[in-house]
Ligand binder design. Structure first.
Ligand code: 3H9
Length: 719
């Protein structure tokens, strides 16, 4: 796990060998301990170079080991040993030096980085903090403000920035390992005392308290209720106020508290879930990543509304040539202007030249004859989309893939009107498409695995977190949203207010409560869908009692708001009131209170006090319950997929792991018991009835989330 060779007759070259990222597993720690001991004890050796195999220095502690008991040599003793050694040790950083990897480099006396290397202390993103001396050595090297910023954000930095900050001594375009050997030979015999970071006096600015206070406020505002950034600040404060050994003790204590917290488990789950979601298996057994994706050089986007514009920008900025199509000259001109502006701003931000030469704008579908893919992003209207797909079928060459950006319409129905149903699938972007990371890749019943593989691979290329999902109304994300919003609306009827529900959800960790999000997105989006589904307006089924539609409970309150022109921020009022149309400062509106009171008295509803716990349980357990149904139906293959969709598309707090992980942390038995209770109280809400899979998992002893897949398979085999 650490290879040892003698080069240039006097330099011990130690190579970490633990693919893919040379994580510091117990075996690697043992390997480094033994090889360092050998190098220090060998009189022929005058200097040591530490590097990593396959062009990657080290990705940090082995996160997989965090699930069990930590064994093997202590990482801290190992690093202290390197630093205290009498022979210079040079870290040759290629690829990455992250977390424990950077801490290892900081324990070395010198650091040489390849120009493409990335460095950072991202532990905070895993619910942890650097705990191999990172909070103590880094501030001594680069000062408190810079260290605080890096440690509390977990940001990766380039080798050039690391050089500027003083983290590395040299940046090279050559092989960093070779350069480090030359460098090591040059520093043999030079005094090492100033290179041992733990012994340096801390450069403390006079306004220390103010600095810590400002960062604490920043962190609290950004990451509501998240523990790790605050612990990072305390770690750095210890470096500023205590001697090194006591600072290290404080670092270990803080780390231990985080390590055993549910937040760290949730965030580490998210790390692996994101990677698991990228390796999806289709129900046919075909694995998208085993099926070869087609390389995409040219694309067409139909429709230059908000979604279409974002999609064009996402494609063009990675070098794909795009033909953008609109139906009218005026719309085309507006779209063109906006796309160019977006691309120019994006390029300016990234310090590159905008790739405007890749764009073409047209009113004619005939221009799409030769493109590799088409992404349709016209208005959410089935008849219109069908017409577009029929036309595409006639115009595009047989090898062109056809994707739809529908947010919930039937992909099979669209595939059915084309001459190539196997080459049709969904690519559901989230608004704004050039910013939001999530992409639902929707496979229809006839989509080939090559069609899915191509969409998944394209998603990755344009920087999206892509999740393959099945075809049903609303797919995964929007399908789950319904029971969640329904519960919020029912709670309003029963006595809650929008601001009370939002406050509870925001305290849970959502950046915005459900009603604030609804105001931001526009209430008319859901209204249009409800109208099309025949839910609004006079009752269709005369047997339905008041406040029921199509057999189940229905709250017309959102429709009432829309009828009054309260469409959200854009109209200056929705669930809240704003100072002007387009305003963002949401204020509770007495008119909404009146509306709710009138509604309740009209239907004889006695308002009651609703606890925060009931809000969380009814909103989030019904969300997870629908997730279980989605797993039962084979629309998502694994709970990780659902969680990733909610983390990246719906603002579910990452430190809660996603709706399915959250349910597992609460305990499936408790979730089942509460759903049974609420369903008993509200028998006219089918979504509250516990799903079959949830019952089955509880009957099987509530296995950990990573084992649910086995039980899902059994359910499928009974379908
Ligand atoms: C830490 O260091 C604590 C310390 O302070 C000391 C405590 C005492 N461990 O992302 P990729 C796997 S905490 C185990 O797809 P990329 C990953 O799961 C750690 N496994 O590739 C995947 O496996 P699979 C702080 C790891 O090129 C494979 O490697 N460090 C680790 O897009 C490829 O990963 C971090 O937070 C690990 N540390 O990106 C860094 N890292 O193929 C976390 C990766 O089975 N890692 N794997 O799915 C990363 O950010 C990215 O993986 C990295 C490579 C940028 C390194």
């Amino acid at each position: 796990m650490a290879r040892y060779e003698l080069v240039k007759r006097s330099v011990a070259l130690i190579t970490l060998t633990n693919p893919p990222v040379n994580a510091l597993s117990a075996a690697v720690r043992l390997g480094i301990t033994e090889t360092i001991r050998r190098a220090l004890g060998d009189p022929k050796v005058t200097a040591v170079v530490l590097c990593g195999e396959n062009g990657k220095f080290c990705g940090g502690a082995d996160i997989r080991e965090f699930a069990g008991t930590l064994r093997g040599p202590s990482i801290i003793t190992l690093m202290d040993g390197i630093e205290a050694g009498v022979k210079p040790v040079v870290a040759a950083i290629e690829g990455v030096a992250l977390g424990g990897g950077l801490e290892l480099a900081l324990a070395c006396h010198y650091r040489i980085a390849h120009s493409k290397a990335r460095l950072g202390l991202p532990e905070v993103t895993l619910g942890l903090m650097p705990a191999a001396g990172g909070t103590q050595r880094l501030p001594r090297l680069i000062g408190i403000p810079a260290a605080l910023e890096l440690i509390t954000t977990g940001r990766h930095i380039s080798a050039q920035e690391a050089l500027k900050l003083g983290i590395v001594d040299q940046v090279t375009d050559e092989n960093a390992c070779k350069m480090a050997v030359e460098f090591a030979l040059n520093v043999v015999g030079k005094p090492l005392s100033s290179r041992r970071l733990s012994t340096l006096t801390m450069p403390c600015p006079p306004n220390l308290d103010a600095i810590f206070e400002a960062v604490t406020m920043q962190v609290q505002k950004k990451a509501r209720g998240v523990m790790a950034p605050l612990a990072c600040i305390q770690g750095v404060r210890a470096a500023a106020t205590l001697p090194y050994s006591q600072g290290m003790k404080r670092e270990s204590e803080l780390f231990a508290t985080l390590f055993n917290s549910g937040q760290a488990r949730a965030l580490q789950y998210c790390f692996f879930a994101q990677r698991t979601a990228g390796k999806w298996t289709l129900p046919s057994g075909a694995q998208w990543n085993n099926s070869k994706p087609r390389e995409i050089r040219s694309a067409a986007v139909i429709g230059l509304g908000t979604m279409g514009r974002g999609i064009v920008v996402s494609l063009a900025r990675v070098g794909i040539s795009v033909i953008a199509v609109e139906s009218e000259k005026k719309l085309l001109d507006t779209g063109r202007q906006m796309v160019i502006g977006m691309l120019e701003r994006d390029a300016k931000r990234r310090g590159v030249t905008a790739s405007l030469n890749l764009l073409r704008f047209t009113l004619s579908l005939q221009d799409l004859k030769d493109v590799d893919i088409v992404i349709e992003a016209v208005f959410e209207d089935m008849a219109l989309k069908k017409r577009v797909f029929e036309d595409l079928s006639k115009v595009c060459r047989p090898g062109t893939f056809l994707y739809t950006n529908t947010s919930g319409l039937d992909v099979d129905a669209l595939a059915g009107v084309t001459d190539r149903p196997h080459m049709v699938a969904g690519m559901h972007f989230f608004s704004p498409a050039h910013v939001m990371k999530l992409l639902e890749v929707v496979y229809g019943s006839r989509s080939s695995s090559e069609t899915i593989a191509t969409a998944m691979s394209l998603g990755k290329r344009i920087g999206k977190v892509s999740v393959a999902v099945g075809n049903c109304h609303g797919f995964v994300g929007n399908r789950m949203l319904k029971p969640y919003t329904d519960q919020a609306n029912f709670l309003l009827e029963e006595g809650a207010t929008p601001e009370q529900i939002d406050k509870v959800l925001e305290e849970f960790g959502f950046a915005m409560g459900i009603f604030r999000v609804s105001d931001l997105a526009g209430l008319d989006v859901g209204w249009r869908i409800r109208k099309e589904s025949g839910l609004t307006g006079p009752k269709i089924d005369p047997k339905d009692p008041p406040r029921r539609r199509q057999g189940s409970r229905y709250s017309p309150i959102p429709d009432m708001l829309c009828e009054q022109g309260r469409l959200g921020q854009k109209t200056g009022c929705g669930w809240y009131v704003y100072d002007k149309p387009g305003g963002t400062d949401a204020k509770p509106d007495p008119l909404i209170q009146n509306l709710l009171q009138t509604y309740r008295s009209r239907y004889g509803i006695q308002p009651r006090n609703i606890s925060g716990q009931e809000i969380i349980e009814r909103c989030l357990f019904s969300l997870a319950n629908e997730g279980f149904r989605i797993l039962e139906d084979g629309i998502a293959a694994q709970p990780e997929d659902i969680d990733i969709i909610y983390l990246f598309g719906y603002g579910f707090p990452r430190h809660r792991g996603g709706p399915m992980f959250y349910a597992s942390m609460v305990g499936l038995e408790r979730v089942l018991e509460r759903l049974e209770h609420y369903h008993h109280v509200h028998p006219d809400v089918p979504h509250l009835e516990p799903s079959r899979l949830l019952r089955k998992l509880v009957a099987c002893g509530s296995p950990p989330i990573q084992k649910w897949r086995e039980h899902i398979k059994q359910i499928h085999s009974h379908l």
